[in-house]
Write a protein that binds this ligand. Structure first.
Ligand SMILES: *Cc1c(COP(=O)(O)O)cnc(C)c1O
Length: 367
């Protein structure tokens, strides 16, 4: 099989989705499956839908287009698709074609979306994002009434709901305080406008633990989940979530050189290929069995790779990953498989050198 290759276990993705859907449905919260870290893979999307996701979400128009034109799965092509990054003004015509709804926070974009929806003769649904403290997308709560009123005045848009996003920019954790505020602002908006807000898109994978444990999840009706489904972890502390597979995505690459090397380099030392100061000298003068894996910073983020037990990562430049083999008896031509964190996964997915392989295992890898 060609390498390096990124293997995505679709059965594990389906199982992870099912577990999350079941746990959250007990709190009346649905799951939108976020496909962006897989470049809008229709196979991953189909697995999420089989697991019970009520719709699909992606931050890129190109990925949503890939999903909307998928011919292998009726279910994928027909699923509700949400753009979870504010539409670019230059892309509004594509947005209304490939997305049924989108997250929004600015009036010029809403006006352009309305005009695009009119041209395409569709009604586009809008979720207005409100700032809860992470300081990425969203308007201050004081502007919500104004923006909601303006949206409702646009004939080809429908105000579907209110949304919020935490954790991504500043690592702000969803808790009873910020999520409670969200519910109070929504209720105030409903009173002022005399309308019901049907959808509250309350957050990403960082909200799973809050949603499972809060005494009151307020008005939240939906979470947008990528990492929790794909990696089985929550993004605030990267701890595994109960009952989820954490090896659904794996990166396999080939050893191209194996040998015994001294721990200490010699000669005059200056910057490394990455522009870093040369690493501290290892204490002692021993040796290690070092291997070079045909994988580099061009392909992934080395800091998020999890090697098999007994193997440690020594360093990585653009095309060489150095590992200490410990007691493993591996040789040139053998392969090593790594687990990945979110950053490594996203980088690996976008490397043109990595082959993507989706498999339907009969029994998913153990949690
Ligand atoms: C990426 C993203 C998500 C999904 O985040 P995960 O941590 O992968 O669950 C949800 N909402 C928005 C707005 C995003 O940008």
């Amino acid at each position: 099989m060609s390498s390096p290759r990124l293997t995505v276990d679709l059965r594990a993705i389906e199982n992870n989705t099912r577990v999350l859907v079941q746990q959250l449905s007990a709190r009346s919260i649905g799951v939108a499956g976020v496909t962006k870290s897989t470049l809008g893979s229709p196979g991953v999307a189909a697995a999420m839908l089989r697991g019970g996701a009520t719709g699909l979400a992606d931050s890129r128009v190109e990925n949503l287009n890939r999903l909307s034109t998928d011919t292998r799965s009726e279910q994928v092509a027909r699923a509700d698709r949400m753009l979870i990054r504010t539409p670019a003004l230059s892309q509004v015509d594509q947005v209304v074609r490939v997305a049924h709804r989108s997250l929004n926070a600015s009036l010029p974009v809403l006006a352009a979306l309305d005009a695009a929806a009119a041209r395409a003769q569709v009604i586009h649904r809008v979720i207005l994002m409100v700032e809860l403290g992470d300081l990425r997308e969203g308007v201050p709560p004081e502007q919500l009434t104004y923006l909601a009123t303006a949206t409702r005045a646009l004939k080809h848009l429908r105000l579907d709901g209110i949304g919020a996003n935490l954790a991504c920019q500043n690592g702000i954790v969803p808790d009873d305080r910020n999520m409670g505020q969200l519910t109070r602002w929504i209720e105030r908006l409903e009173t002022r406008l005399g309308v019901q807000i049907p959808t509250v898109s309350g957050g990403n994978s960082a909200s799973v633990q809050w949603a499972m444990t809060a005494t009151d999840t307020g008005r939240v009706t939906e979470l947008r989940l990528g990492e929790a489904i794909l990696l089985g972890t929550e993004p605030s502390h990267r701890t595994p979530l109960p009952g989820l597979h954490t090896h659904a995505c794996r990166l396999t690459a080939e050893l191209i050189e194996v040998g015994v090397k001294p721990l200490r380099p010699w000669g005059t030392r200056a910057q490394t290929a990455e522009g870093l100061p040369s690493p501290d000298r290892a204490p002692g003068a021993g040796t290690r069995r070092q291997a070079i894996v045909a994988l580099g910073r061009q392909d992934t983020n080395p800091d998020g790779l999890r090697p098999p037990a007994g193997i440690t990562i020594v360093g990585m430049s653009s095309d060489h990953l150095l590992i200490d083999l410990g007691d493993h008896r591996l040789t040139v031509g053998d392969h090593v498989t790594f687990g990945l964190n979110y950053s490594s996964l996203v980088r690996a997915m976008t490397s043109p050198f990595i082959v993507q392989h989706e498999e339907l295992s009969s029994a998913p890898a153990p949690c």
